[in-house]
Each structure stands twice: as structure tokens, then as C-alpha cells.
Write a protein that binds this ligand. Structure first.
Ligand code: ATP
Length: 250
């Protein structure tokens, strides 16, 4: 897999008079697991909102698989193969786990409600939903209301919703936030398996997760990427140590 999955050039985003993303450049290679790290308030979530089309950019360019997506709506970007999770869980708590996945599949395939179409596609849809439940290790929890899942299971379901449309590029926002060590280890294994052969861009604060999963790390400070490199070299980078990692990396 070669070429760029994402190419962000001189990206800017202001809220009122305050510029939050300030001439950001970022390239993500196809097939890489790429982590974006940086201090609180650096603009990581805002960056995800820009890439996924949730917020319009103030200026600059975003290319997905070589094609300009700047200015497209979130749904159009999703149809082009980019899917994102949210820091705050995005599941329907009063629907079962299985129904949540089915909904994500329906949405990603753009099915409009038509009874006969639904009947014809029902079987395939159910099989595909079961397959996703297996991939996220929730096959025994399909009939449970999503709101009754443990927190870690809800995060796994959220990953299931994100991968339901079989995206090429997956954006995960703090996928292990709030988890115990054991839950984090399981989440890392899950993320590794569901992103095999895909491109992953991940915002994450847990340095164990970042250095364990990422092929490349970009460091975002005050709305700019100050370094992008392999994990070993990010650890050694002086500017990064000073700006962010501090003693932890020394
Ligand atoms: N909709 C908004 N309107 C105004 N300011 C915003 C908006 N969204 C984010 N900001 C500001 O932009 C800055 C960057 O926020 P953002 O959430 O992107 O940072 P972050 O790097 O993801 O932080 P954290 O690691 O704490 O999640 C913050 O100062 C925040 O207050």
C-alpha cells in the first residue's frame, strides 16, 4: 500500500478571533497507524473535526486518498471511505448492541427505508452485523441494550460502529481514555486487529498505547505540527521533549 491516505496543507481554523489550528501540515501514509499527540488544548479534537467535515476549515486543503475533500459534508467524506469515532461515546443506549451495529451498516450503505428492499437485504445485513460483533468480541452481547454494557464494552462497540462501513481511513479519538490497564491492553489488541490493512489516525494521551501502536507520531503544539517521525525518533526529538513529553521521554 503506497501513497498518502491524508494530506493536510496549511490548514487553519479560527473560532471568532482566536486561531486554533495555525498553518498545520500533516501527511499520513496509506496503511500506517499514525498517532497525533500534544498537550491539552493543542487542537487535536478540532483537527479531527476538520478532517471529518464536522467543522468547516477557515483555509487550507485536506486531501483524502489524493482527492480534495475540503468543504465536503461529513456524510460525503464518510462515503469516500473515512470514518471517525468520538471522544464522547456515540452509541444508542436504548437499542441493543446488534441493532446499533445494524444501524451503522444501514447508514454507511445509504439504504433508504423501503420495506421490500429491506426484506431482500435483511439477511446479508444481519450476517454482516454478526461478523462485526465477532470482530469486536461482543458476539455474546448482541441482545443486550447498549446502555447496559460496561464502559470498555461501550468503547469497543463504538469502534464497531466506526468500522461498520468498512472505511479505508479510521480516525479514533482517545480510544482508551478512562480505561484500566487491562482494558487498555484489550483495546490496543482490538484496535490493532480491526485496523489491519487500513490507515489509522489516532489521538491518544496514553503514551504506552501511542508508542505500542503507532508507525508514525505527529506532535501537535498550539495548532501546529512540530514534528512527525517514527516513535523512536520522536522520543529523542529535543523540541518534542521540551514542548510535550518532558521527563517522560528523557
Ligand atoms: N467550538 C469551539 N468554539 C470555540 N473554541 C473552541 C471550540 N472547540 C475547541 N475550542 C478551543 O480550541 C482549543 C483546542 O481545543 P481541542 O479540543 O481541539 O484541543 P485538544 O488538543 O483536543 O485538547 P484535549 O487533549 O484536552 O482533548 C481549546 O482552547 C478550545 O477551548
Amino acid at each position: 500500500m503506497t501513497g498518502l491516505a491524508l494530506e493536510l496543507t496549511d490548514l487553519r481554523k479560527s473560532f471568532g478571533p482566536t486561531e486554533i489550528i495555525r498553518g498545520l501540515n500533516l501527511q499520513v501514509q496509506k496503511g500506517h497507524r499514525h498517532a497525533v499527540i500534544g498537550p491539552n488544548g493543542a487542537g487535536k479534537s478540532t483537527l479531527f473535526h476538520l478532517i471529518s467535515g464536522r467543522f468547516p476549515v477557515s483555509s487550507g486543503s485536506i486531501k483524502l486518498n489524493g482527492e480534495e475533500i475540503t468543504g465536503l459534508a461529513a456524510q460525503q467524506i464518510n462515503r469516500r471511505g473515512l470514518s471517525r469515532s468520538f471522544q464522547v461515546t456515540n452509541i444508542f443506549p436504548k437499542m441493543t448492541v446488534f441493532e446499533n451495529i445494524r444501524c451503522a451498516l444501514l447508514w454507511s450503505r445509504g439504504y433508504k427505508y423501503s420495506f421490500w428492499q429491506m426484506v431482500a437485504k435483511q439477511r446479508q445485513l444481519n450476517e454482516d452485523a454478526e461478523a462485526i460483533l465477532e470482530r469486536i468480541h461482543l458476539q455474546s452481547r448482541g441482545k443486550v441494550l447498549a446502555g447496559f454494557l460496561s464502559y470498555a464494552e461501550q468503547r469497543a462497540l463504538e469502534i464497531g460502529l466506526t468500522i461498520a462501513g468498512d472505511p479505508d481511513v479510521i480516525l479514533l479519538d482517545e480510544p482508551t481514555a478512562g480505561m484500566s490497564n487491562t482494558e487498555t491492553e484489550q483495546a490496543v489488541d482490538l484496535i490493532r486487529s480491526v485496523t489491519e490493512g487500513k490507515t489509522l489516525v489516532m489521538v491518544e494521551h496514553d503514551m504506552g498505547v501511542v508508542f505500542g501502536l503507532a508507525d508514525r507520531i505527529s506532535v501537535l503544539v498550539y495548532g501546529e505540527v512540530i514534528a512527525t517521525d517514527v516513535p523512536a525518533d520522536i522520543r529523542k526529538n529535543r523540541a518534542v521533549q521540551q514542548a510535550y513529553l518532558g521527563e517522560e521521554a528523557a
